[in-house]
Ligand binder design. Structure first.
Ligand code: FES
Ligand code: FES
Length: 171
């Protein structure tokens, strides 16, 4: 992510100030009030890991964490994120050579095909696993109900989430 541009409200007539943190970095911008958070992340910040599918809250592809809660970023205006902490899929892997344990489990269990749904599912499951250290398969399936995947049939996603929960308990 590029460094935050100096904030000059006079240079942004019709815009509103937005100050938040994105993946731990302070962000300060002037944005149009109608700008969606998903478009702000993708177009203003270049964080294209957040995918946009339906743009009306159905598919879950755009899910990010807002103050630790899984939220559909196409249903939030960017200005509504003022003062909040946003985390996108780019925040998960600790480095280019290392995956987040949940990403590792997805890789090991072949839990993605085209990958379009994957960022949203990962962010949804990160929030879910933070509150459910030993989920049942039924709980995982219920938690996944708001994330549509047209490729996988879900079984491998469920297996990956259960495996990630198991290995986290064993660590
Ligand atoms: S793009 Fe946001 S829920 Fe589908
Ligand atoms: S892997 Fe293709 S939509 Fe889920």
């Amino acid at each position: 992510m590029s460094a935050a541009a100096p904030f000059d409200p006079r240079a942004a007539a019709g815009s509103q100030p937005l100050r938040c943190t994105v993946n731990g970095a302070a962000v300060e911008r002037a944005v149009e009030p109608r700008l969606l958070l998903s478009d702000f992340l993708r177009h203003d910040l270049g964080l294209t890991g957040t995918h946009v599918g339906c743009e009306h809250g159905v598919c879950g592809a755009c899910t990010v964490l807002v103050d630790g809660e899984a939220v559909r970023s196409c249903l939030l205006l960017a200005v509504q994120a003022d003062g909040l902490a946003i985390e996108t899929v780019e925040s998960l892997a600790p480095g280019s050579a290392e995956l987040h344990p949940l990403q590792e489990a997805f890789r090991a269990h072949h839990a993605l095909q085209c990958g379009f749904c994957t960022p949203g599912i990962l962010m949804t499951m990160v929030a879910f696993l933070a509150e459910h250290s030993a989920p049942t398969e039924a709980e995982v399936r219920l938690a996944l109900a708001g994330n549509l995947c047209r490729c996988t049939g879900y079984q491998n996603i469920v297996d990956a989430v259960l495996a990630a929960a198991r290995s986290r308990r064993e660590r």
